[in-house]
Design a protein around this ligand. Structure first.
Ligand SMILES: [Zn+2]
Length: 264
């Protein structure tokens, strides 16, 4: 297969141009564009989120995201190389140069996560956000650090990805241990904490914004990694969802006057 220069391709084609090529139905909402995912065919009209200024997409049902080449690969169910070929053949060399400010990728952009931490548990000082096991999950050091999370080399969550759980007022309540390998039980590990009592990342939720509700914290981090605003995505911390947790979610929506929650 002929070689395609991904960097060159991404320097002159935006993710929205790729989305247009794929005939995606998107609606602009703030800094993001949202629409149904034609390949997953589930999750409603907010399944796919594209963040043009970062050149990233995230598909909630598929729990996958990335740049425009990965977007084309996802929607066309093909390899990245095939996707790059497709983009190349579609746009050829005739695409006008796009002004720098709307270019598809902004390297080294780390998400800004508002911090509102109050006294509670003491943060674990030994977590490693840049550990390869975290990157293997699809989480960059910048995103892991923004969430004050990282690989635990010791302690009760040893060998897992430790992610802090905050109360709605920002108090550090607990750490959740996310599995980093198939050998580990995928069940989230907690220590002295009732996971049904809190909605993960609710402390960061913005007033009047969007609300994506995931099934686990890793999906929140993956969504943020792939451009979704950290102020718009939360997760339940249990496998099943009890009535009491749905009431908590409803109260949160009322309080923050968010859009109706979309559950993934
Ligand atoms: Zn999808």
């Amino acid at each position: 297969m002929p070689y395609v220069d991904y960097v060159e391709l991404k320097s002159r084609i935006t993710i929205l141009q790729a989305a247009q090529m794929l005939a995606l139905t998107l609606k602009a909402h703030g800094a993001q564009h949202r629409g149904p995912c034609p390949i997953c065919n589930t999750g409603g009209d907010r399944a796919l989120v594209i963040t043009p200024e970062r050149g990233l997409f995230y598909c909630f049902p598929a729990k996958t995201g990335g740049d425009l080449i990965k977007l084309v690969a996802h929607v066309k169910s093909c390899s990245q190389n095939e996707a790059a070929q497709l983009v190349q053949s579609q746009f050829g060399g005739t695409v006008p140069t796009i002004p720098a400010r709307t270019r598809g990728s902004i390297p080294n952009h780390s998400p800004t996560v508002p911090q509102n931490q109050k006294a509670g548990l003491n943060p674990l000082p030994y977590l490693e956000p840049e550990h390869p096991a975290i990157q293997a999950l699809g989480i960059s050091p910048a995103t892991a650090a923004a969430f004050e999370s990282g690989y635990a080399g010791k302690g009760v969550l040893r060998g897992r990805y430790a992610v802090p759980v905050h109360g709605k007022d920002g108090t550090l309540l607990a750490y959740v241990g996310v599995a980093v390998s198939k050998e580990q039980s995928p069940t989230l590990l907690f220590h002295n904490f009732d996971p049904g009592s809190t909605i993960f990342n609710a402390n960061r939720l913005a007033e009047g914004g969007d609300l994506f509700v995931c099934r686990d914290p890793l999906q929140v981090l993956l969504a943020v990694e792939n451009g979704v605003a950290p102020e718009s995505v939360v997760a339940f911390l249990t496998d099943g969802i009890a009535a009491q947790q749905l009431e908590m979610l409803a109260a949160l929506m009322d309080e923050k006057k968010t859009e109706p929650a979309q559950l993934f």
